[in-house]
Design a protein around this ligand. Structure first.
Ligand code: G3H
Ligand code: 13P
Ligand code: ZN
Length: 310
C-alpha cells in the first residue's frame, strides 16, 4: 500500500473514540521499531519528521527509509508527516518531496499572520493531495507557572479555533491545553484543561484535534537512564490516563517523541554499562530498536486504543 493521508485514519479514530500515535523518526532503528510495533498491533501509524530530523538524517534518507518500511509492512496504513514546519517553504519542500501530511506551525505569530500563511500552505497542499495540520495557542513550558490569566492568554481560545479552521480550511488543529514538549512538563501536579478541549470539540464537531507534547515520561525509563549514568532529575510527563481520556474526546492525533528518546537511551546506557568491552553498534542499536518497539506497542495498546484498527 502507498503512503496514505491522515483523512481516513482520523475519521475512524474520531468515531471510534481512539487516537493515532504520531511518532518522531530520525534514523533506521527508530523507523523499524515503530513500524514493527504497528505491524504487531495492526495499528495505523503516523511517522513524523521534524526540521531537526531532516537536518540530521537528510530528507531523502528518511523518505527512503519510510518507503522501505512500507514495503515491509504488509498493508499497514502509514502517513508521512512534517512536524512543526515553520515556513511555507519547508512545507512545500515536504509536499513536493513525498510527504502525505504537513504541519505548518504559526503558533508564535499573531492570529491574522498565522491564518495567512496556514491558508497559503493549505492551498498548495490540497492542490497536491496532501493534508495540513496547523497550531493555535502556545504550548506551556515548565518554566511557566500556569495561573488562570495565563491560561486564557496562552491556551487555545475556542471561538478563535472555529474562526481559524473556517478561514484556513485546515484538516486538523493542534491546540494548547497544558501539554508541552520535552521531559519537564509540569512543576507541580499535572493539569490539562479538559473543559476547553470539550468546548472546542463541541464547537467543531467531527473535526480532528491534535495534542503535541504528549509523552508521559514514564518513571521506570527515567530511573533506568539515571541508574546507568544519566542525569535527568525531576522529569515529569502527561499521565497516561489523561491521554486516554483525550483520545475518547476530539483528539485524534497524539504526538510522542520524548518517550521514544528515553526508551532508546535507557537501553543504550544499560547495554554499554553492562558490556564495557562491546563496541559493535549493532549490539546496542538492536536492543534500542526493540525498546522503541516495546514503547510504541505499549502506547498503541494501553494509551491510544488504535490496536486492530486497520
Ligand atoms: O516537537 C518536537 C519534537 O520532539 C522533535 O524534536 O526538533 O529535536 O527533532 P526535534
Ligand atoms: P513530546 O516531547 O512530549 O514527546 O512531544 C513530541 C511532539 O509534540 C512532537 O511534535
Ligand atoms: Zn510538537
Amino acid at each position: 500500500m502507498p503512503l496514505v493521508t491522515t483523512t481516513e485514519m482520523f475519521e475512524k479514530a474520531y468515531k471510534g473514540g481512539y487516537a493515532i500515535g504520531a511518532f518522531n523518526v530520525n534514523n533506521m532503528e527508530i523507523v523499524q521499531g515503530i513500524v514493527d510495533a504497528g505491524k504487531a498491533e495492526q495499528s495505523p501509524l503516523i511517522l513524523q519528521v521534524s526540521a531537526g530530523a531532516r537536518k540530521y538524517a537528510k530528507h531523502i534518507y528518511l523518505v527512503k527509509l519510510v518507503e522501505a518500511a512500507l514495503q515491509d509492512s504488509e498493508d499497514l496504513p502509514i502517513a508521512l508527516h512534517l512536524d512543526h514546519g515553520d515556513s511555507f517553504q519547508i512545507c512545500k519542500d515536504c509536499i513536493d518531496g513525498g510527504f502525505t501530511s504537513v504541519m505548518y506551525d504559526g503558533s508564535h505569530l499573531d492570529f491574522e499572520e498565522n491564518i495567512k500563511i496556514t491558508k497559503q500552505v493549505v492551498d498548495y497542499a490540497h492542490a497536491h493531495g496532501v493534508v495540513v495540520e496547523a497550531e493555535l495557542g502556545r504550548l506551556a513550558g515548565v518554566e511557566d507557572d500556569v495561573n488562570v490569566s495565563d491560561k486564557d492568554a496562552r491556551f487555545t481560545d475556542p471561538e478563535q479555533a472555529v474562526e481559524f479552521v473556517e478561514r484556513t480550511g485546515v484538516d486538523s488543529l493542534a491546540i494548547a491545553i497544558g501539554t508541552s514538549h520535552g521531559a519537564y512538563k509540569f512543576k507541580g501536579d499535572p493539569y490539562l484543561d479538559f473543559d476547553r478541549l470539550e468546548k472546542i470539540g463541541n464547537l467543531l464537531p467531527n473535526f480532528p484535534i491534535v495534542l503535541h507534547g504528549a509523552s508521559s515520561v514514564l518513571p521506570e525509563f527515567v530511573k533506568k537512564c539515571n541508574e546507568f549514568g544519566g542525569n535527568i532529575p525531576g522529569a515529569q510527563g502527561v499521565p497516561e490516563e489523561m491521554l486516554r481520556k483525550a483520545a475518547t474526546m476530539a483528539v485524534c492525533k497524539i504526538n510522542i517523541d520524548t518517550d521514544l528518546r528515553l526508551a532508546m537511551t535507557a537501553s543504550v546506557r544499560e547495554f554499554l554499562q553492562k558490556n564495557p568491552s562491546e563496541f559493535d553498534p549493532r549490539k546496542y542499536l538492536g536492543p534500542a530498536r526493540s525498546a522503541i518497539q516495546g514503547m510504541v506497542q505499549h502506547k498503541i495498546k494501553d494509551v491510544l486504543g488504535s490496536s486492530h484498527k486497520i
